[in-house]
Design a protein around this ligand. Structure first.
Ligand code: 5AD
Ligand code: SF4
Length: 450
């Protein structure tokens, strides 16, 4: 439960700008950053030019994230020159992973705060305002849940609910365990209390969130005695919650109970994001994923049989150190065999402190690019084929928001998480039946029939 928070009343800042990079966990944390700042009395502005406090919630998963941030920080630096009373905050994973050199590289940054220390943000902002000098807070382990901090939610009928923090898998390419610490599970009672509260405020869909949700409750000192499938089952019982989703799953921890729940015609939606990363046994071993190609294919087959209509999506990395054309061909053939509904595709990016960063056999950028292009082509073709096969079906869609492009249209999602655009007067949180008329590799156009 949350400890009492300091009230910060004497900071001359009235407005803030917040920009979030990276994954859903960062979006979740950004809602908490906004909540903390609004509790301090600051109000949000849409552009950095209009704000006194500039916050960047950063990601460090791939190098690209670093370079994108650098552009934003350049703008922050110029704005601070214009008005030196501005305060620049860098939060999140990159703040944590680059803490030793950040102030040296970006001397105009005032506050650095790691993802396990967000609760310290109000105190840091006040210290910076009162005492000057750059200030920072970092901790390795999760001891205070950002989920317990005040939140300003992005409006809509769905909400994230954090169930685990950090990760203890140490896949050889991944920086997450080093910046977000070892895995920790949030007590089930707190998770369910939050789901109940959200349902009471009109939320219809929750996504249980963690780096590896299937390992929920696995740490030896976890007193909650709850498994992931157990928690998911309980979330389904909460009145008012029509859809339950979860992210992200690790293939080695998918239990029979979970497969059963997915196929059980209940609130758990028929969508599983199950990162495979590679189709080659040698590469999977070097990635330290804890399963081989045959095990993944077996699991995918079992899932498709047990869960009619399942959408299976994945993450794929090309050009991992030592990846040959033959290894890459194994990835292509695995994608063909699994017939993924969608995939996020990444070129391997060396991250410091990770084991893979030390491996020989870096793949040349041209080869990496060519593999990426070939992979995307296959992923898109299969996604399109799978969606085209659904044209003509009637699907239950939950409306999320008005369309950003067409007046009178709305965007909603199927239970399988596929976006559908259609003409409707329904509003966010409404459930309607929609005939699927046209498909792309990632979305549909439809016609409301109820
Ligand atoms: N390089 C490229 N992709 C990575 N991912 C994680 N670390 C790296 C890295 N160093 C990808 C994985 C993971 C997703 C969140 O990001 O595919 O599942
Ligand atoms: Fe990274 Fe592997 Fe943990 Fe995912 S499971 S966050 S890829 S270490």
């Amino acid at each position: 439960m949350s400890a009492p928070r300091e009230v910060v009343s004497h900071v001359d800042l009235e407005t803030y700008y917040l920009r979030s990079f990276g994954c859903q966990m960062n979006d979740h944390d950004s809602e908490r950053i906004a909540g903390l700042l609004e509790e301090m009395g600051l109000s949000r502005r849409k552009s950095p030019e209009e704000a006194g406090l500039l916050v960047y919630n950063t990601c460090s998963i791939r190098e690209k994230a670093d370079s994108r941030l650098a552009g934003h920080l350049g703008a922050a630096s110029r704005l601070k020159k214009e008005d030196p009373s501005r305060v620049v905050v860098v939060a999140g994973c990159l703040a944590q992973s680059r803490r030793d050199e950040f102030f040296g590289d970006f001397p105009f940054v005032d506050v650095l705060v790691g993802p396990q220390s967000l609760h310290e943000l109000p105190g840091l902002v006040r210290r910076r305002a009162n005492e000057g000098g750059p200030v920072g807070a970092f901790q390795e382990q999760t001891t205070r849940w950002s989920a317990d901090l005040p939140r300003t939610r992005v409006t809509g009928p769905s909400a994230w609910v954090q169930i685990t923090a950090g990760c203890s898998n140490y896949c050889s390419y991944c920086i997450v365990p080093y910046v977000r610490g070892p895995e920790a599970s949030r007590p089930a009672a707190e998770v369910l209390e939050e789901v109940t509260r959200l349902a009471g405020s009109g939320i219809r869909e929750v996504t249980l969130l963690g780096q590896n949700v299937n390992a929920y409750g696995n740490e030896p000192d976890f007193a909650g005695k709850e498994t992931f499938a157990g928690l998911l089952g309980q979330a389904c019982q909460v009145r008012g919650i029509e859809r339950v989703r979860f992210m992200t799953s690790h293939p080695k921890d998918v239990s029979d109970a979970l497969v059963h729940l997915l196929g059980g015609h209940n609130q758990v939606c028929e969508h599983l994001h199950l990162p495979v990363q590679s189709g080659s046994d040698g590469i999977l071993h070097a990635m330290r994923r804890g399963y081989d190609r045959a095990a993944y294919l077996g699991l995918a087959r079992r899932l498709r049989e047990a869960v009619p209509g399942l959408a299976l999506t994945t993450d794929l990395i090309v050009a991992f150190p030592g990846e040959t054309e033959a290894d890459f061909a194994e990835t292509l053939s695995l994608v063909e065999e699994c017939r993924f509904d969608g995939a996020f595709t990444f070129v391997y990016s060396p991250r410091r402190r990770t084991a893979a960063a030390e491996l020989p056999g870096r793949v040349a950028p041209e080869a990496a690019q060519s593999r990426m292009e070939r992979l995307v082509e296959v992923v898109q073709r299969i996604g399109r084929e799978r969606n085209e096969a659904l044209v003509g079906q009637i699907s239950e869609v939950m409306v999320e928001r008005a369309s950003r492009h067409e007046r009178g249209e709305v965007m909603g999602r199927t239970r399988t998480h596929k976006p559908v655009n259609f003409v409707s007067t329904a509003g966010p949180g409404d459930f309607v039946l929609v005939e699927l008329l046209e498909a792309t590799s990632t979305s549909f156009r439809g016609r409301q029939v109820s």
